[in-house]
Design a protein. Structure first.
Length: 280
């Protein structure tokens, strides 16, 4: 397992050949493990790349919040991949995506209650025990809130980290999207997170939809990071210090130099905020 020193990019299929041919000067490469569980040429390419750059596995299929329990077969496939690739980071989402054995093509929200906290903590313990390592849990992008939630989202994440020893993947774009949609302040959200649990940042673009005159932000990972998200990222750097940072871009995938340019912007922000902190 290799330490991560600077910003990484999400490795997606259209860029794979170019990156294998000439690995870019980025801190790490992050992939969805579900795309590599079946083996094949792509996994072979990823194994070669891990000799050049640290790898991060960002899962979308464990359904940590699902009431059906974790699919043991999926967990075993993930464990085999972790053992094979020895990634620097392994992460998953604060969501559910399976019901009665059917995988849904989405990461769905859950209420923030003591019951949900117990369920998630048990599933995180199960995953970490099998993987024999800490996982990071990512805050979601939200478009609604449950009326019967009794715990604020940052406090819920903090309780999960305290109870299970998991880390937190702090998705800055998700905080901005949720804050705009639900009406909370992003910097106040950051202030409520436990600094010691933050293991990674994600940055991404989003789209804006107009629904009956109301502006709704959609976390679609399909464009450059916008100015308010960069500003919130800098606030996170000032509060938590540097962490491995990932540029996510999944739809409307750009040319590779555009993606690398976003990573360079994040590295520049890290240098500037670190320098300001030292000078203070």
């Amino acid at each position: 397992m290799t330490a991560i020193s600077s910003t990484g990019i999400g490795l997606r299929g259209p860029h794979l050949a170019a990156i294998v041919a000439a690995p870019p000067a980025v801190g790490f490469l992050e992939v969805h493990p579900e795309n590599y569980m079946g083996g094949g040429p792509a996994l072979g390419a990823l194994e070669r790349l891990r000799c050049e750059r640290p790898i991060s596995l960002h899962g979308v299929g464990l359904s940590l919040g699902g009431t059906d329990g974790i699919d043991q077969g999926h967990l075993e496939r993930l464990a085999a991949l972790v053992e094979r690739l020895e990634p620097a980071l392994v992460s998953e989402h604060l969501s559910w995506s399976i019901v009665e054995g059917v995988y849904l093509n989405d990461l769905l929200p859950l209420p923030y209650t003591e019951e949900a906290l117990d369920l998630l903590a048990a599933h995180i313990d199960q995953a970490q025990t099998r993987l024999r390592r800490q996982i990071l849990v990512e805050n979601p992008s939200s478009y609604l809130s449950y009326r019967h939630s009794t715990i604020e989202e940052p406090a819920f994440l903090a309780a999960l980290a305290a109870r299970t020893g998991c880390g937190l993947l702090c998705d800055i774009n998700n905080i901005h999207v949720s804050g705009c949609n639900l009406g909370f302040n992003g910097e106040a959200y950051l202030a409520a997170l436990p600094a010691g649990a933050i293991g990674e940042f994600h940055l991404a673009g989003h789209s804006i939809n107009d629904v009956d005159g109301q502006k709704i932000l959609i976390d679609d990972h399909g464009s450059e990071v916008v100015a308010p998200v960069w500003a919130l990222y800098r606030a996170a750097l000032r509060r938590f210090g540097p962490r491995p940072t990932l540029i996510e871009w999944d739809s409307h995938l750009p040319a590779l130099p555009v993606l690398l340019g976003e990573a360079a912007k994040a590295d520049a922000a890290i240098r500037e905020e670190t320098g300001n902190a030292r000078a203070a």
